[in-house]
Design a protein around this ligand. Structure first.
Ligand SMILES: [Zn+2]
Ligand SMILES: [Zn+2]
Length: 189
């Protein structure tokens, strides 16, 4: 009789300790999470909403100098200009067909005559050509300040198993020959 009482007490102790340990762990975890959230907020000099947008921008755009809009140093640069490829806040860009232009290049777009330089057909199985075209376009702008832009047209293949993408490169009329030469490899392709 006495042995079972002792056994019962030991068992009760074990149960109590387990329950206490469990709650202790919960409280510890709660305090730790709170501390971490506070640390995060203290380390970022920006409003949590801005910080959230900044995190997204940093993820899609690894170039640090582009993280903020050139005209609004407190606003993350989220939209890329189709001409200069810099990133601006949504207030500083205007849409034109499938492209966004910054204020400066929207003005340039509107006051110039644009001519088609080439059309590059790519599809989801072979995206490299498109990537190279964008890189070369950017290089031309950075090294020679020659503005061009690329329109994107999509066409679903008849059999429906892939989407064809047509990238159409445009240049200013008076620079057409020069730009054509620069993109020779895409035209012969
Ligand atoms: Zn621009
Ligand atoms: Zn802006």
């Amino acid at each position: 009789m006495e042995t079972s009482l002792v056994l019962g007490l030991i068992l009760l102790n074990i149960v109590l300790l387990t329950v206490l340990g469990f709650f202790g762990f919960l409280i510890f975890k709660m305090l730790r999470d709170k501390q971490q959230t506070q640390n995060l907020q203290q380390h970022s000099p920006y409003h949590p909403e801005i910080q959230k947008r900044l995190d997204e921008v940093t993820f899609t755009n690894p170039y640090k100098e582009d993280i903020f809009c050139p005209y609004h140093p407190q606003e993350p640069g989220e939209v890329q200009c189709g001409m200069c490829a810099r990133f601006f806040c949504p207030k500083c860009v205007r849409p034109m067909k499938s492209i966004y232009f910054c204020k400066e290049h929207m003005a340039l777009y509107l006051r110039s005559q644009w001519q088609e330089v080439l059309t590059l057909k790519t599809n989801s199985n072979d995206p490299e050509g498109g990537v190279r075209l964008y890189e070369q376009k950017q290089e031309l702008f950075t090294t020679q300040q020659v503005p061009t832009y690329i329109e994107t047209h999509y066409k679903i293949d008849v059999d429906g198993d892939y989407i064809e993408t047509y990238l159409v490169l445009f240049a200013q009329e008076d620079q057409l020959t020069e730009v054509q030469k620069y993109f020779q490899e895409f035209i012969q392709h």
